[in-house]
Design a protein around this ligand. Structure first.
Ligand code: PLP
Length: 300
């Protein structure tokens, strides 16, 4: 797979900025979710499983990716969705609507039950209800996902000093860390509030040349501000590159802010990983419109 890389021009700095367009891999199974599913689907077939079961929230890129890739490869799919109130709102939610159109069956659960997502007891109960399934954890992160994300960086990426990516569950950054070069520093921009993540990443990552940056989560997972929305819109006008509000928008905002602050040494070469997530814009815009806030202006 040859994924395009684009240079982004930044004023008043010697730093050079590039972006790897993993969002272009596929319009629905975008970016890192494609990488994370790749070896899981191979493994599910090896185990002769016919159903994929996974977990996600209202706008989950992972739910969309699993539903779509599952259908493409002949799997039944079940999505355990966080929030009982969403059951009656599928038609108002483009993410869930798309997954349903791909044949995904939903189970809407309360936030309390959703927290049981890795409890053996709850998973056995699900097996009684749905029959045998191949479990893909929330956000798709497991050892097979890391293996897939190790394919994001390639040999030619040796020339970069910093690799930056958005971080949710930590699977993507773990794969990037594992295939990085020792002179490089990998920076994960947290899209949520979470100190637990460092431990999770240490479980999967074999190198220590990384750090997490938490100042650009904009209040937490799925939270946005008018400043962030304006930034995404301006970035799109300037560079013709769409960013999503949950992950990549926050990461790119953070990187540009750090460049302004002089965080990166002179002449650094920075590679941003565009992990996708564009499908989530429509759902976010519905929410913003309902609150009479500015929306994301991206036409493709
Ligand atoms: C899921 C997702 C991430 C976070 O990936 P993790 O492996 O969970 O850290 C980043 N960007 C986008 C667009 C995503 O959909």
């Amino acid at each position: 797979m040859n994924i395009p890389t684009q240079e982004i021009s930044v004023k008043n700095t010697s730093v050079k900025l590039f972006i790897r367009r993993e969002d272009l891999i596929h319009p629905f199974v975008s970016g890192n979710k494609f990488r994370k599913l790749k070896y899981n689907l191979i493994q599910a077939k090896k185990e002769n499983q016919t159903t994929l079961l996974t977990f996600g929230g209202a706008f989950s890129n992972h739910i969309v990716a699993t539903a779509y890739a599952g259908r493409e490869q002949g799997f039944e799919t079940v999505g355990i969705i966080r929030g009982e109130e969403l059951a009656s709102k599928i038609n108002e939610n483009p993410t869930l609507k798309f997954a349903q159109d791909c044949g995904m069956k939903f189970v809407f659960v309360s936030r309390e039950i959703y927290k049981l997502k890795s409890s053996q007891e709850y998973l056995s109960e699900l097996k009684q209800n749905f029959g045998p399934f191949y479990l893909i954890p929330e956000g798709g992160t497991n050892e097979w996902a890391i293996k897939g994300c190790e394919e994001i960086l390639v040999e030619e990426d040796k020339k970069y000093d910093f690799i930056c990516c958005a971080t949710g569950t930590g699977g993507t950054i773990s794969g990037i860390i594992n295939s990085s070069f020792s002179h490089q520093k990998i920076l994960g921009f947290l899209s949520l509030k979470g100190d637990f993540l460092k431990e999770d990443i240490r479980k999967f990552a074999i190198n220590t040349n990384w750090d997490l940056i938490s100042n650009y989560n904009f209040g937490g997972y799925g939270k946005v501000s008018n400043e962030l929305i304006q930034f995404i819109n301006e970035f799109y006008i300037k560079n013709a590159i769409p960013l999503d509000p949950i992950y990549t928008g926050k990461m790119v905002f953070g990187v540009l802010d750090l460049i302004k602050e002089g965080f990166f040494p002179e002449n650094s070469k920075i590679l941003l990983i565009h992990t996708g997530g564009i499908q989530g814009i429509q759902g976010m815009n519905i929410q913003l419109k309902n609150k009479n806030l500015q929306t994301i202006q991206i036409n493709d």
